[in-house]
Design a protein around this ligand. Structure first.
Ligand code: GCO
Ligand code: MG
Length: 408
């Protein structure tokens, strides 16, 4: 059989998603997530203007060959747009292959290595009282791990903090539908470094030692600031400190490692195994944060995580709401199958999104399972999708208090 139709679906049920739909000559449909937050149309164009015609007529079973054809073929390599496009093709082909086999994808990846996938929730609050309320709510829902982000005195709206006030449901969407320009936020690393250790101390006092606590630095510290911070927060035993320094500077983490045993996670902005070469071989990280959607799909992620496994490094696959339910399903199948699973990020999608994408994954007491439908287990309702027109959205730009542009 061969690939017959390649469609790119763009929908916006509260936020934008780009989905690749591949149909084979015998009518089997595979879906792939191609969503790149704030730059959605670039990936959609890459797929429909450059990739779709290359796929028609190819054997849908040749997944590795197609991956290499799309990666090496165009000469220009890597980058988030290219790799999200390749990821979408790769996911769709695995979806098709698993449907043909009549198995959930995780069976083709070696079968389940565990009963369920431990997930972490996003707890946030503008102050500690609101954050505490959110953590309590997630514990009541059965979560055993939470990422905690909170407001910093002297700063307004900052990354990761829901501005709608305390609540269990994390409704923070960083990409704003703000017209033709991004919104702007402010930042001050000194205020942050002075404030955060006290927050972790209160969390440990109020919630005890069992709770897994995660935190995202979102690329904002210099190497020496990150080293000091990681050292200061050691007594609070974080599960991980994420993106403490800008991701592209791999050797920055040498300095952090020299000073601290706080576990480190990085990689959500990476798009290939080469971004991790130094980090993995020098054991500078503990968790790989790549998204299946942004790192070339299941084929590439499996290789990356196997490489990490040799160095005792585990997975922590990226899973905010800008990863569509298709990308999330792909992550869950991998999580269930690989041996070096660490944890999975989980930010539930809103109801409109789950009407457009019908998923088979289930949540029980802090664990997700991808379900046992053949393939990825996600269907796209194209009529529902058509009811949500694409709306331009940008991630915010960050500035220091004196106006200097800083990492967001
Ligand atoms: C995370 C991430 C996200 C990103 C978002 C950008 O750890 O989940 O940092 O919140 O900011 O994916 O599009
Ligand atoms: Mg992050």
């Amino acid at each position: 059989m061969t690939i017959e139709i390649v469609d790119v679906n763009i929908t916006s049920p509260g936020r934008n998603f780009v989905t690749l739909k591949i149909t084979t000559s015998d009518g089997i449909v595979g879906l792939g997530d191609a969503t790149l937050n704030g730059r959605e149309l670039a990936v959609a164009s890459y797929l429909s203007d450059h990739v779709a015609s290359m796929l028609v007529g190819r054997d849908e079973d040749r997944i590795e060959d197609t991956w290499q054809y799309l990666y090496r073929g165009p000469y220009w390599r890597r980058g988030p747009v290219t790799m999200a496009a390749i990821a979408a093709v790769d996911m769709a082909l695995w979806d098709i292959k698993a449907k043909k086999a009549g198995m959930p994808l995780y069976q083709l990846l070696g079968g389940a290595s565990r009963e369920g996938v431990r997930v972490y929730a996003h707890a946030s609050g503008t102050d500690y009282a609101a954050l505490k309320n959110a953590i309590t709510g997630y514990e009541e829902l059965g979560y055993t791990a939470v990422r905690v982000q909170t407001g910093v005195p002297g700063l307004g709206q900052i990354y990761g903090v829901s501005s709608t006030g305390p609540g269990v449901r994390y409704d923070y969407e960083p990409a704003k539908r703000s017209g033709d320009r991004p919104s702007e936020e402010t930042w001050d690393t000194r205020n942050y470094l002075n404030h955060m250790p006290g927050i972790f101390s209160k969390i440990r006092e109020d919630f005890g030692t069992d709770l897994r606590i995660l935190h995202d630095g979102h690329h904002r510290m210099s190497p020496i600031e990150a080293a000091r911070f990681a050292k200061d927060i050691e007594p609070y035993d974080l599960f991980w400190l994420e993106d403490c320094t800008p991701g592209e500077d791999q050797t920055a983490l040498r300095l952090v490692r020299q000073h601290s045993t706080t576990p480190l996670a990085i990689g959500e902005v990476f798009n290939s195994v080469f971004d991790y070469q130094t980090l993995i071989t020098e054991r500078l990280i503990d968790y790989v944060r790549s998204a299946v959607t942004h790192t070339g799909g299941i084929t590439a992620m499996k290789k990356l995580l196997d490489f990490a496994a040799i160095y005792g490094i585990k997975s922590g696959i990226h899973g905010p709401t800008d990863i569509s339910p298709v990308g999330m399903a792909a992550a869950l199948h991998l999580d269930l199958a690989i041996h070096n699973f660490g944890i999975q990020e989980y930010m539930p999608h809103n109801e409109q999104t789950l009407e457009v994408f019908q998923t088979s994954f289930t949540f029980d007491k802090g664990f997700l399972h991808p379900g046992d439908k053949p393939g990825l287990g996600v269907d796209l309702d194209e009529d529902a999708a058509a009811g949500h027109e694409y709306t331009k959205a940008y991630l915010p730009v960050n500035r220091l208090l004196d106006g200097t542009v800083h990492d967001w």
